[in-house]
Design a protein around this ligand. Structure first.
Ligand SMILES: C[S@@+](CC[C@H](N)C(=O)[O-])C[C@H]1O[C@@H](n2cnc3c(N)ncnc32)[C@H](O)[C@@H]1O
Length: 268
């Protein structure tokens, strides 16, 4: 008999649309993680949270430089029920985008209202992008969808997320323990360019690989298998595994699957 209550059965899905989501990688990561389950999971680039929700660690330190993303997760920890009216409507979208930018200007980006608006903008904006102009204003246009569904009740996320710590900083500033299991999923290296979407330069890729290499505990890193990424991780003593990422349709219509690597250290 139905009680009329919606209860969560099965794994929790990533709450947002996020570029580079690694839900597809979870089956590959699980066997690497299982022997280390007693450790704390550290994700310096937690993004859409697909990996943490897939591995479900007891203890975790989850970090991202995007403060709006982390603010949303901190409200999920408190058992968020969204009260904002949400409709797939262009006028509503631009009005909410203006309101979100006003909150940022007023230094109120950590409020519950900002978290609710961030969710709405993520669902409704173009491709779930999160982009800001030079003035620091969120400037993603209205997205084209057949229909959009919105989730109001996020209380199912409160219990697992309450056990995890969320931070906003550059990865190198993270307070790491020797025993930690690190899974690092930085923005992809884009060949023939010194910068990539998200402002992560080649120097940042090198800085990350060197930072990971000096960690005495287990490390798993994923990236696009560009020749220079392969050279970088190999030269630092990582073991490499090659994977085919799911097909993505790029802006030039190229449907060839991206080749990815998993770089492993102190993991069997
Ligand atoms: C490929 S995404 C991670 C995706 C995530 N694994 C998932 O499954 O959704 C990379 C993330 O790195 C974050 N980022 C970019 N530069 C960073 C930095 N210097 N330190 C920490 N995080 C950074 C971005 O905000 C983005 O969310």
């Amino acid at each position: 008999m139905s009680t009329g209550r919606v209860t969560q059965t099965g794994p929790l899905s990533p709450p947002l649309k996020w570029a580079g989501g690694k839900r597809w990688l979870v089956p590959y990561l699980l066997p690497l993680w299982e022997p280390h389950r007693h450790r704390r999971l550290v994700e310096p680039f937690c993004g859409g949270l697909a990996v943490a929700l897939g591995l479900m660690p007891e203890r975790a330190l989850l970090n991202d430089v995007n403060p709006h993303l982390i603010n949303f997760y901190r409200w999920l920890q408190r058992g968020l029920i969204i009260t904002l009216e949400m409709r797939y409507d262009k006028e509503m979208y631009y009005a909410y985008r203006d309101r979100f930018n006003a909150l940022i200007r007023e230094g109120k980006e950590q409020t519950r209202e900002a978290a609710e608006l961030f969710y709405y903008l993520n669902r409704t904006g173009y491709n779930g992008l999160c982009r800001f102009n030079r003035k620091g204003e969120f400037n993603v246009p209205f997205g084209r969808y057949k229909r959009v569904t919105y989730r109001h009740d996020w209380t199912a996320y409160a219990t697992p997320l309450a056990r995890w710590e969320f931070t906003v900083m550059d990865f190198e500033a993270l307070p790491i323990d020797e025993e930690d299991f690190i899974y690092a999923d930085p923005p992809y290296d884009v060949e023939f360019r010194d910068y990539s979407a998200g402002g992560f330069s080649w120097e940042d890729q090198v800085r990350l690989a060197e930072w990971l290499a000096q960690h005495p505990g287990p490390v798993v890193a994923s990236n696009q298998a560009t020749p220079r990424i392969v050279r970088l991780y190999t030269s630092l003593g990582f073991t490499l595994r090659y994977l085919e990422a799911p097909r993505r349709i790029s802006s030039n219509g190229d449907r060839t699957p991206a080749r990815e690597i998993l770089a492993l250290k102190h993991v069997t």
